[in-house]
Ligand binder design. Sequence first.
Ligand code: 5AD
Ligand code: SF4
Length: 469
Amino acid sequence: MTVPTPSPVAFSPVAHPLRRLHVVTWGCQMNVYDSTRMADVLAPLGYGPAASVEDADMVILNTCHIREHATEKLFSELGRLRRVKDARRAAGARMLLAVAGCVAQAEGAEILRRAPYVDIVLGPQTYHRLPEMIAEAERAGRAVVDTEFPPESKFDHLPEAALPGGGATAFLAIQEGCDKFCSFCVVPYTRGVEASRPAAAVLAEARALVAAGAREITLLGQNVNAWHGEAPSGGAWTLARLLRALAEIPGLTRLRYTTSHPRDMDDELIAAHGELPALMPFLHLPVQSGADRILSAMNRRHTAADYRRIVERLRHARPDIALSSDFIVGYPGETAADFAATLTLAREIGFAQAYSFKYSPRPGTPAASAADQIPEREKEARLATLQDLLATQQRDFNARQVGRRLAVLITGRGRHPGQIAGRSPYLQAVHLAAPETLIGREIAVTIAAAGPRSLAGAWHPSPEEHAAA
Ligand code: 5AD
Ligand code: SF4
């Protein structure tokens, strides 16, 4: 799942920062999590948040290689930062410039060639080594590159998450990398082979997040349902077993996990959706295409019928489960009939929300060199058709909530004064007029209206609830 716009990272304030850090994050939730952890690594060195880029002693661009034009976007941002860096130097100040994430991993050498003013290039596996890299860059006065896949796990070398406190929702990375090698995807090359964190480490981090105020935790991984970590007492656990253990943590009322592969939706995990009330009735399960020919060319290792069967079984276990997905249109060789099969699958399943993309070649992946690339205009037309259908499904799904009372976890203030906002069990944004003292609590909200991407609700508290708010 991707968040295409860059966003500043929220990290825990250092009381009196000696140095100021600005982190820009592109891409998926894993990158958002990584940015927070890089800030955690740098906190002991006295780094706190910068008010702006101009004010920063260090800027980290945490990049994503999945979206189109990722490299060009990076170089244009670097060009802008170079001017800021020069202006700071002219004023007698320094600015360390680091490029992190998947573009750094894939294009480290190219970055140094085209942007020699970059000080540090680091891949997603090495950010625990940032303090050494900074010392080295400062000492040697030349660029430091670390895009290895090191033998040690970064998770074992990170400080305890410096918890922001108060956040009702939190991410927790439990798995990284991917061995699936879908023909279009760079992740196995940039994030490396699949690795799972031990259950004890995950449980400890979850308890700490709950102690700091989290009520909902989203477990993260590129292929999260392939998680198979060391059990606390030896042996190995599956994700379903881990979810059962997490569901027992007092105060942790909501669990989610993303992103999953259909191949790894095992019986136990499907059953967990019916057994664990804390496991929210929403699942992001990318299908990519509804045509078996294309799924096979994509090396997805599942058919459209497999996907339909999984959904059927999930709905049997948890009848109200809402589904989300990723689609790629215009994969090399995709015919009009293949695309029609994708539309049929989407129509049959009915998604609560979904992401859809035009196929875009990624250097080094098998699909990039396929001969039968689809013309851009055709890809655009197919994407528009699919997005129309998915937007209608999302609007319909939202409209079906009107009149229902949903448990909404209040996550913060709303857009307008007097408003607060939260999320429904189905991951919809919900806005309502109610006191800010409800932030961090789960309350029952009557849904009054639905928009294309969010819901509006009303809170009718009992006298006791009112007094407690
Ligand atoms: N072209 C288009 N979409 C892609 N995705 C991954 N690689 C590509 C690519 N080369 C999409 C997939 C994946 C999501 C995160 O991004 O749908 O599930
Ligand atoms: Fe990429 Fe496929 Fe792995 Fe997902 S499962 S990260 S699409 S290779």
